[in-house]
Design a protein around this ligand. Structure first.
Ligand SMILES: Cc1ncc(COP(=O)(O)O)c(C=O)c1O
Length: 404
């Protein structure tokens, strides 16, 4: 065998623009400090602090006990795909057949499948920013080119149709839209969804509609899917799952609903990459989607209360710019007024620097806005108890006020 030459790299080129998620790094850091006995308040996590509802857990246990532990159809068990179709009818007035549903290992996997199915190398994919951190890397993995369009805090982080129109080019193949939005908490109304579709209508552009926070909306705000807009259903890959609304992040069940062409393509990809999602989790997800829904409003009530706790404290902190979250469980303040200020000899340069200081000096974990392509901001997750949220946000404000 010949020796490897110096220029040889075992890694493929497609990894060049792919990084480890910054959120996961912060979560690991917080865990390590906690393990050392430090009282870290974690306001960085992307999952409900609630437990999976009892009836859902029982469905998982029943699946194990009845030996429902083998491979399933790659697209997911028919029972779950039927339940998803009924949910899409019940909540979104959308008609899909079970063959148009692909159950995946979480919503992230469904988004990855969609991007792999749609994007050719060199295709442009529009991503409104601030954006969930996985979208750009998933586009890069497919050889696509992310094209960013800003949604501004002045507009409550709602993407404006004129801004969208400006970034469309003949190379645009797809757009990834996320409502309710992580990290901003923005929820698009039906007229806003329709106005964005009007811009897209005459272009050959696919929509990947990430609706994973669908049920987490405040003040009676509606959820309107891009697939519900006249003429857009077959051009939309609707992505959803059970992770957030049923506190089932570790069960890893997400799904896509799309045209026959797209669902067949995504199934081919998934069947070669991972086969089906976990059989036990699929049974539990059926119960989540079809069973007692009372855990959802209860969780929403908790999040709504905590959102007010965050907003009230942060709005009293001079220099912080805020937009009231309308959904999900994050608040995304603009803290750029504090960049360039000092703590002792150290200067706070940017959001990464600020997040580092917050965890080391105040033992509060947040995610730097840079992770979401919004370096002016930090993301505070209020998926934690009222007391921890209050204490954590107070610590953040005390720290900001101490900067000179
Ligand atoms: C916007 C957004 N989409 C998708 C996901 C992934 O969800 P899942 O855990 O079901 O893969 C997340 C998780 O944080 C998210 O915030």
């Amino acid at each position: 065998m010949e020796a490897l030459t110096e220029v040889f790299t075992p890694l493929s080129d497609r990894l060049k623009n792919v990084s480890v998620s910054l959120t996961l790094k912060i979560v690991e850091r917080a865990k390590a400090l906690k393990a050392e006995g430090v009282d870290v308040i974690s306001l960085s996590v992307g999952e409900p602090d609630h437990n999976t509802p009892e009836h859902v857990k029982r469905a998982g246990i029943a699946a194990i006990e009845s030996n429902f532990t083998r491979y399933t159809a790659a697209a997911g068990i028919l029972e779950l795909r039927k339940a998803i179709c009924e949910k899409l009818k019940r909540d979104n007035s959308l008609d899909y057949s079970p063959s148009q549903i692909v159950v995946s290992n979480g919503a992230k996997h469904a988004i990855a499948n969609a991007i792999q199915a749609i994007v050719n190398p060199g295709d442009e994919v529009i991503i409104p920013e601030p954006c969930w951190l996985s979208y750009p890397d998933l586009v890069h993995l497919a050889g696509g080119i992310p094209v960013y369009v800003e949604s501004r805090i002045e507009h409550g982080f709602h993407l404006q149709p004129d801004d969208l129109a400006r970034v469309l080019t003949p190379k645009t193949k797809a757009i990834i839209l996320n409502t309710p939005c992580n990290p901003t908490g923005a929820v698009l109304s039906r007229p806003e969804v329709e106005a964005l579709c009007e811009v897209l209508y005459d272009h050959n552009v696919m929509i990947i509609s990430d609706e994973i926070y669908e049920h987490l909306r405040f003040d009676g705000r509606e959820h309107y899917s891009f697939a519900q807009v006249d003429g857009m259903k077959d051009r939309t890959v609707l992505v959803n799952g059970v992770s957030k609304c049923y506190a089932m992040t570790g069960w890893r069940i997400g799904y896509s609903a799309s045209s026959d062409l797209l669902s067949d393509a995504m199934l081919r990809i998934q069947s070669q990459m991972t086969s089906s999602a976990c059989s036990i989790s699929q049974k539990a997800a059926c119960e989540g989607i079809q069973g007692d829904q009372s855990s959802v409003p209860a969780m929403l009530k908790d999040f709504s209360r905590r959102r007010h706790i965050c907003y009230d404290i942060l709005s009293k902190c001079k220099g912080v710019k805020l937009s009231m979250p309308e959904g999900a469980f994050y608040i995304f303040p603009d803290v750029s007024a504090f960049y360039g200020k000092r703590i002792g000899d150290a200067v706070i340069k940017d959001s990464v620097d600020l997040a580092e200081h917050l965890i080391t000096a105040c033992h509060v974990a947040v995610v730097p806005g840079a992770a979401f392509r919004a370096p002016h901001c930090i993301r505070i997750s209020y998926a934690n108890s009222d007391e921890k949220v209050r204490e954590g946000v107070n610590r953040i404000c005390d720290f900001l006020n101490s900067l000179r």
